[in-house]
Design a protein around this ligand. Structure first.
Ligand SMILES: *[C@@H]1O[C@H](CO)[C@@H](O)[C@H](O)[C@H]1NC(C)=O
Ligand SMILES: *[C@@H]1O[C@H](CO)[C@@H](O)[C@H](O)[C@H]1NC(C)=O
Ligand SMILES: *[C@@H]1O[C@H](CO)[C@@H](O)[C@H](O)[C@H]1NC(C)=O
Length: 588
């Protein structure tokens, strides 16, 4: 009895420490790193032998590498929405039937709806300090220039430093104009149509077959000229209006500067981790590279074997190294789950005006960004958590960038939202080696709002079937991209429908080179039947929601335009100037 009394406190202490130890280890910090437009074939750990990415590769060496990690969309805005909500972007309205499936202007009214729940919000409710450094691209305002209804701080982040929109060629003087690149075919054909129409009118007029209503024609021309003038004015100010840097709700640099941008980002990420070293935190490091306009610091310029693109990748890799070093210095490596991915495949059509390749490499996979060929959606997936996840493992099971949502929710012991469908699946059983197959039997591949393909890994099978209902028409033919439109579109004359669908086994034919036929695959019809049925079942789970990327939500609305000075000062300001100088040479 006496013994018991003496031992009891020790026993309780032991329990407490044990529990503490356990909860500390099972409630890790999160550092989620997302590159922009990085191709899976750009990384050493995924087979690149000429680009140097030692820090990102170290995550594969010290952690788990996913080989079938699939982005929920092949372009930025929907892929990022899916990542944060764990849901196909079509469920939140973050897809569209329009041409452009991403936000192009800061002053559009669409964005991630406030009634969507991000894993960030749920982690915050569980006591996590949450920060976003880098690109957002999920909307900003709804009705006024500062209601910030779609702002990161409305979606669970305590801290935001970065771009509400994205980097674009137009953000960097001399880097070209993405709108001209993407619309030259439209401009070209419109000029042809107008010229033809005018010539016909004149011809008819000269033969007195028609009296040209010169006055009406004059008014129409005037209206067109006015409209053109407004558009030209807007584009002359594009950089000031759309390339904006914010800290929390404040615009601090308009337009943002590329000077010391890498150092500023790393500084922000490091400060965030230092500030929160004593409590659980979640950092989303959403890199601005390697989207065009490409940039690299002096230390990296001209150092890679792959031009400015390679320089930019190598600098980003260095940044990842800086983040990992900060974790080590703060003694947090073993308490932190680090995840690295890209929002989608490399943008093959990115050729600079001088002809230099500014898009990345998707390895053996076909196509790239904006296509549902695997080059567009198969992305790097690296997870490191020393002491918990085995080092150097590679996992071939189907996973999605939507899986981070339930993974975080489960680890933080938050309640899974019950009033909506979550499409992601907890990664931990796979990562811990408790199971060999993921719970994803099917993954659906959307091109904007249109379902273009489906992937099926039958239980206890090594085959991974992929059926395409339509595919983009590459131009020029025989290439792997849509070079005349800059990205591939999902409708009309831009695509070819396939009935029966194009069927591949991507486990045997990862390059999607040879479609199967009933004679090359005896189960051809049964396989397609199962997949069609799965698509039907999936469709039944969709409900109509407001289109956040409709033309109305996409277009520039002057009254939503953030402007940190006055219109007469062209909305310019720079609170980062001194800081840029202070950080100069910080990379040593
Ligand atoms: C490595 O990446 C570069 C840049 O994207 C690419 O040009 C090159 O072909 C890749 N090399 C290999 C071996 O994959
Ligand atoms: C972190 O985990 C690794 C792998 O389990 C272990 O070797 C190392 O000693 C741990 N470091 C600390 C500081 O606990
Ligand atoms: C969010 O609100 C829209 C209507 O504005 C609705 O259609 C949608 O179902 C809601 N989403 C959720 C997850 O409740």
């Amino acid at each position: 009895m006496r013994n018991m009394k003496v031992l009891l406190p020790f026993f309780l202490l032991h329990l407490a420490i044990g529990n503490l130890g356990q909860s500390a280890s099972m409630q890790p910090n999160y550092v989620f790193i997302m590159a922009d437009d990085l191709g899976i074939g750009d990384l050493g750990c995924y087979g690149n032998s000429t680009l140097r990415t030692p820090h990102i590769d170290s995550l594969a060496k010290d952690g788990v590498m996913l080989t079938q990690h699939i982005a929920a969309a092949a372009i930025c805005t929907p892929s990022r929405a899916a990542f944060l909500t764990g849901r196909y972007p079509v469920r939140s309205g973050m897809t569209t039937i329009q041409r452009a499936g991403v936000y192009l202007f800061t002053a559009g009214s669409g964005g991630l709806p406030t009634n969507e729940t991000t894993f960030v919000k749920l982690a915050k409710e569980q006591g996590y300090s949450t920060g976003l450094v880098g690109k957002w691209h999920l909307g900003l305002n709804c009705e006024t220039s500062d209601d910030h209804c779609h702002h990161p701080l409305r979606h669970g982040f305590d801290y935001f430093y970065g771009l509400p929109l994205t980097n674009l060629r137009n953000c960097k003087p001399g880097a070209g104009n993405v709108f001209i690149v993407a619309t030259q075919h439209v401009v070209h054909s419109s000029v042809q149509v107008v010229t033809l129409a005018l010539a016909t009118l004149l011809l008819l007029n000269s033969f007195k077959l028609l009296k040209v209503p010169w006055r009406a024609l004059g008014y129409v021309s005037l209206a067109v000229a006015l409209l053109l003038a407004v558009v030209l004015l807007f584009f002359s100010q594009f950089r000031n209006l759309n390339c904006i840097m914010m800290r929390n709700r404040r615009v601090i640099q308009q337009p943002f500067s590329f000077e010391n941008l890498t150092q500023r980002m790393i500084d922000e990420a490091t400060n965030f981790m230092e500030r929160n070293a004593d409590r659980p935190f979640l950092l989303f490091m959403s890199f601005i590279p390697v989207h065009t306009a490409l940039y690299a610091s002096q230390e990296f310029l001209g150092k890679s074997k792959h031009g400015l693109y390679g320089d930019s990748v190598e600098e980003m890799d260095w940044s990842v190294g800086q983040i990992l070093a900060s974790l080590e210095r703060l003694n947090l490596s073993n308490q932190t789950l680090v995840y690295f991915t890209s929002d989608q495949g490399a943008h093959l059509e990115e050729i600079a005006d001088n002809g230099e390749v500014h898009g990345g490499w998707n390895g053996i996979y076909k196509g790239g960004k904006s296509t549902n060929w695997d080059g567009g959606i198969r992305v790097p997936g690296l997870l490191r958590w020393p002491g918990v996840l085995a080092a150097g493992r590679s996992i071939d099971a189907l996973t999605s960038n939507m899986d981070l949502f339930p993974t975080v929710v489960t680890l933080t012991k938050a309640a899974m939202p019950s009033n909506r469908i979550i499409d992601g699946r907890d990664l931990m059983p796979l990562l811990l080696g408790e199971v060999q197959q993921s719970e994803h039997e099917f993954l659906f591949h959307y091109c904007n709002s249109y379902l273009s393909a489906v992937r099926w890994q039958p239980k206890h099978s090594s085959a991974i079937w992929k059926a395409h209902f339509f595919t983009p028409n590459f131009y020029p033919e025989g290439s792997q991209g849509c070079f005349d439109t800059h990205i591939c579109y999902c409708f009309g004359s831009f695509i070819s429908h396939h009935n029966p669908p194009l069927l591949y086994d991507v486990s045997r034919d990862p390059s999607e080179a040879l479609p199967l036929t009933p004679s090359s695959e005896p189960r051809y019809h049964q396989i397609l039947e199962v997949m069609r049925k799965a698509v039907g079942e999936h469709r039944k789970t969709l409900t109509p929601v407001p289109d956040q990327l409709s033309l109305n939500n996409l277009l520039w609305k002057p009254w939503l335009q953030p402007c940190c000075s006055t219109v007469w000062q062209h909305c310019r300001c720079d609170e980062e100037k001194n800081r840029s100088t202070a950080l100069d040479g910080a990379m040593g």
